[in-house]
Design a protein around this ligand. Sequence first.
Ligand code: IPE
Ligand code: IPE
Ligand code: MG
Length: 258
Amino acid sequence: MTHISSTIHVPDVSETPRHIAIILDGNGRWAQKRRLPRVAGHTRGVDAVRTTVEGCVKRGVTHLTLFAFSSENWRRPQDEVSFLMRLFVMVLEREVARMHANNIRLRIIGDLSRFDDRIRDLVRRAEAKTANNSAMTLTIAANYGGRWDILQATRKIAEAAAASGQVGEIDERSFERHLALADAPEPDLFIRTGGEQRISNFLLWQLAYTELYFTDLLWPDFDEAALDAACQSYGRRERRFGRTSAQLQPTGRDALPC
Ligand code: IPE
Ligand code: IPE
Ligand code: MG
């Protein structure tokens, strides 16, 4: 299904976000606070992912996108990167059956060419197994970067133009078709745990009109109550998409034709 861009049409909004995108941050600090190695925080982070996935399904969220490993995370110490790769394998081996049983469709976005064959094969199999599930689409961003996403879409458009000998129309619709999240509506709510207030090269294009929510909670401590707090904050936002507040009130004077 294709979704209309928020800068072309004002989207329908509901009190519950349809699509939540999360930067799960603070695993290392969670562990360090307990005098544990940083990687212990990543292991505990998987539990918080499970709780969040199930909490989102329960609340009727249709798309959940999690930033698990950025294109810049390769800069971390080799030991930590290797641990994260092993954890990714373990999650793909152990959690997919549970997701499938819960009718969750799993998608992995990012530049997968940098992963080894085993991970790529597990990704392919997990996506194929869960492809027809309909309760929620869970997208894991791995070796993902917002700039990479925009560039890979641009490259595909350029290649099609070179092959056909025609540039054709390049507009938001034709461009978005090539982005990694092409089949999802734009995120309604962005959550970042861990206290930092930045996007860190996550969904640069798709966050254009997303409501941003930052919490100091460290990711392993993010639980159902924290998800509720984020959703409640979202429910209080006025999503204007460029319009005035009065235009949103059906009985407001400015809404009357004159
Ligand atoms: C987020 O937690 C997980 C990944 C980036 C893989 P961090 O590892 O960034 O935790 P902090 O920010 O160092 O506490
Ligand atoms: C962002 O977290 C990436 C992920 C959560 C996967 P980081 O902890 O790597 O972000 P920065 O480097 O502090 O911005
Ligand atoms: Mg961090």
